[in-house]
Design a protein around this ligand. Structure first.
Ligand SMILES: NC(=O)c1ccc[n+]([C@@H]2O[C@H](COP(=O)([O-])OP(=O)(O)OC[C@H]3O[C@@H](n4cnc5c(N)ncnc54)[C@H](O)[C@@H]3O)[C@@H](O)[C@H]2O)c1
Length: 276
């Protein structure tokens, strides 16, 4: 796949899953790539694979919740490559637990990584993207940023927030005539380590969630997801739904309005652990 020759792209959470696949596909498509993660082992694998492609790569440990470090990192990437064109705010975590049994700390942690991590990345890089004259912000929400399900209130809140933040930013860039495109990504179930890396409210077995996710919900490979996302970036799509499940459920929600909640409360409430 071509189309990113000469571009400098930044990918957070690039040590696993969708972020790893995005970084590799960007490198294959001609981009120079700045990759980061808190998972040093996974990041080293991504770095090796990009080097094998022959693309320029800068690899750093970065926790997306650390705002000051993110600002310094943005300047370091700019200094290293001379410019920055694209940021993929991809790093994220999953968490399962009904509101009644989730602690404030649980909910704050999910918001810190999944929402504030995206805000930090967007704000740290936006001046550089504008300066490049050809920028793109790509923020990873979820299908759970389009509808809510029981047991995912914290994750739903973070992913709905990413969607609102990103859709507003896109309009600001248009009305302010800034040279920055903006895309929100809504993956359906992607076969990654997300559920195995997930935590759960006290008393809930996170592995029960992982088993349901791996067996029943994950259907698209991360490599396929990366190709779909980069195609949408190339076409400057406002929103990209990744996977047949995402497309079908988006239609269901639009057709039923708030009615989907009655349906999901009974169906998903039965298969998701940690609800009631
Ligand atoms: N897999 C899916 O089905 C799915 C569906 C919808 C949305 N998403 C979203 O896609 C994104 C990527 O998830 P994935 O499925 O590839 O999961 P993954 O667990 O395979 O990869 C996520 C990566 O993010 C990193 N990470 C976690 N916390 C971090 C932090 N504080 N700072 C920096 N890096 C951090 C992890 O170390 C990991 O390498 C996430 O935002 C996730 O919410 C995934």
């Amino acid at each position: 796949m071509q189309g990113f020759a000469g571009k400098v792209a930044v990918v957070t959470g690039a040590g696993s899953g969708i972020g790893q696949a995005l970084a590799i596909e960007l490198a294959r498509s001609g981009a120079s790539v700045a990759i980061s993660d808190v998972n040093a082992e996974g990041l080293a694998v991504t770095e090796e694979r990009i080097k094998a492609i022959g693309a320029p790569v800068k690899s750093d440990r970065l926790d997306v919740t650390e705002r000051e470090a993110f600002e310094l990192y943005a300047d370091a990437v700019k200094a290293h490559f001379g410019k920055v064109n694209q940021i993929y705010n991809n790093a994220g975590i999953a968490f399962t637990g009904a509101v009644e049994i989730s602690s404030y700390k649980d909910i704050e942690r999910v918001m810190d990584v999944d929402f504030w991590g995206v805000v930090n990345g967007t704000k740290a890089f936006l001046p550089h993207l504008i300066e490049s004259g050809d920028g793109h912000v790509v923020n990873v929400s979820s299908l759970f940023g389009i509808f809510a399900v029981p047991g995912q209130a914290a994750y739903n809140a973070a992913k709905f927030a990413v969607r609102g933040f990103t859709e507003s930013l896109r309009q600001e860039m248009v009305s302010g005539k800034r040279p920055v495109k903006v895309t929100t990504v809504h993956p359906g179930g992607i076969k990654t380590a997300i559920a195995r890396n997930a935590t759960a409210a006290e008393g809930i077995d996170p592995e029960a969630f992982a088993r349901v996710f791996d067996k029943k919900l994950a259907s698209t490979s991360p490599e396929r997801a990366a190709v779909i996302i980069l195609d949408a970036v190339r076409k400057n799509k406002a929103r990209v739904l990744v996977g047949a499940d995402a497309k079908a459920l988006d239609i269901l929600v639009r057709l039923t309005g708030s009615g989907y909640q009655r349906l999901f409360a009974s169906v998903i409430g039965k298969i998701m652990p940690g609800i009631h």
